[in-house]
Design a protein around this ligand. Structure first.
Ligand code: BGC
Length: 459
């Protein structure tokens, strides 16, 4: 046990654990304090999805592979213990479609059995599961059919969603259909960092987002058919784009363009049943998407600075950059990760609240192996949330990305987002100071004076 934890009532024993006593401070009594994860990044041994092929072909920027990852397929429970011992009450994970349905219409009992064990283990620890059905990976066969651009995509995804919720509806009622369709499409079709590795294909990226919105709507309805009381949403990645010079029209135009294409796509589909794509001529096909969410999951990481640039024709004349002087975590293989900007949460919440649904912050974090700025980020984001809730925003949970360092997609093992440090070879975990801080905040249900006394602000 870490210093300071005892007095906050954090205990580290027995699987059942006891529900922490919560003091009221700004956050609703039932507020969810969690961590987020994704199957491919933590499970290890995923070999049947499109990311396994991408890694095997040496296409990650770091040339690394996910390999054993955090070994969750064998022992997720050790991380569930860590989350419970911190005093959290929720955990978001994703189910790997390629394990559950390795060939179209063929269901793998063993994989379903293992996921049942994991969800039961979470419930026993009083960690509310939030389950994502698609977090960037899908079966190889689905990719070969054309991914989300195939005519069969929506029906395929709907069938998977129905099957999973039918199977696990007794253990979970929060479902995230898609994690970040906008990131999936931007990195796969514009920046070439995710499979299928296309560069500069903005119009296909927008078609992919729209197609995912159509699949989401089918899954939304299917889930409610099998579990009427289900809470279904998606996780929306929101980035703040700041024009370099406010006074310069073209910088403002560049930032507004990126905002429209990146932040507004998917959101507009659910909000209005329309496409954010200016050249989408088929107005009707997104109509059934309107209103298909019971909550909005909001993922927030960064602010980017944007300037109009004639030299960036292939990037719609927008230059996106991170000035050296702003707070930021560790840099990726080729470029900075982004500005760590607690104010992003307010911008994202203001926008997403317009849908009139409860909001859950489903991801927020920073790559920071030395824990230089993570405590500062956590504290300031949570302060922002407290302020927004005071102002009347219906925010019901905060999930930090992530519990344990894991496989960061194309960046491989270089970017470390964990509250716990991981040595992938030995699978040893070591607590970072920010884990202690976050655990204390969760236990106290906010940043109380006691939290401030035990964890004085140093940044
Ligand atoms: C993704 C995660 C990723 C995290 C950190 C999010 O956009 O959902 O899978 O690890 O960002 O980059």
């Amino acid at each position: 046990m870490q210093p300071g934890m005892e007095s906050l009532g954090i205990t580290g024993s027995g699987e059942q654990g006891s529900a922490p006593t919560r003091r009221r401070k700004g956050f609703p009594e039932e507020f969810l304090w969690g961590v987020s994860t994704a199957a491919h990044q933590v499970e290890g041994g995923n070999e049947k999805n499109q990311w396994a092929d991408w890694e095997a072909a040496g296409k990650t920027k770091s040339r690394e592979v996910s390999g054993r990852a955090c070994d969750w397929w064998n022992n997720a429970e050790c991380d569930f213990d860590l989350a419970r011992d911190l005093g959290l009450n929720a955990l978001r994970l994703s189910l790997e479609w390629s394990r559950i349905e390795p060939a179209p219409g063929q269901w793998n009992r063993e994989a379903l059995g293992r996921y049942r064990q994991m969800l039961e283990a979470l419930n026993r620890r009083r960690l509310q599961p939030i389950v994502s059905l698609h977090h960037f990976t899908h079966p190889r066969w689905f990719e070969e059919e054309g991914g989300f651009l195939s005519n069969r995509a929506a029906q395929r995804f709907e069938r998977f969603a129905y099957r999973v919720v039918d199977e696990f509806g007794d253990l979970c009622r929060f479902w995230v259909t898609f994690n970040e369709p906008n990131v999936f499409a931007a990195l796969g079709y514009v920046l070439g960092e995710f499979p299928p590795g296309r560069l500069g294909d903005v119009s296909t990226a927008l078609r992919v987002v729209d197609a995912m919105a159509a699949s989401h709507a089918c899954a939304y309805r299917a889930i409610h058919r099998v579990q009427p009381q289900a809470q279904v949403g998606w996780a929306h990645h929101y980035v703040v784009f700041k024009p370099r010079r406010r006074s310069f029209l073209l910088d403002r135009w560049s930032a507004a363009l990126l905002n429209r294409l990146f932040n507004e796509s998917f959101l507009i589909a659910v909000e209005r049943g329309q496409s954010a794509n200016p050249i989408n001529l088929d107005g009707k096909f997104l109509r059934p998407v309107q209103g298909t969410c019971d909550f909005v999951g909001v993922n927030i990481y960064s602010r980017f600075h944007v300037a109009f640039s004639l030299g960036h024709a292939s990037e719609l004349f927008t230059k996106v950059y991170v000035p050296g002087h702003v707070p930021q975590g560790d840099a990726g293989v080729e470029r900075p990760y982004g500005e760590a900007y607690p104010g992003a949460v307010a911008a994202a919440v203001e926008r997403c609240a317009r849908l009139g649904k409860p909001l859950y912050i489903l991801e927020n974090g920073v790559p920071d192996a030395q824990d230089r700025i993570r405590p500062w980020l956590i504290r300031n984001v949570i302060r922002e949330l407290e302020r927004l809730i005071r102002e009347g925003k219906d925010i019901r949970g905060y999930f930090h990305w992530t519990l344990t360092d894991n496989f960061e997609w194309s960046e491989g093992w270089g970017l470390r987002f964990g509250l716990f440090e991981l040595d992938q070879t030995t699978q040893q975990r070591r607590m970072r100071p920010s884990a202690r801080l976050y655990g204390a905040i969760a236990q106290a249900n906010g940043i109380t004076s006691e939290v401030n006394r035990l964890f004085p602000e140093i940044l």
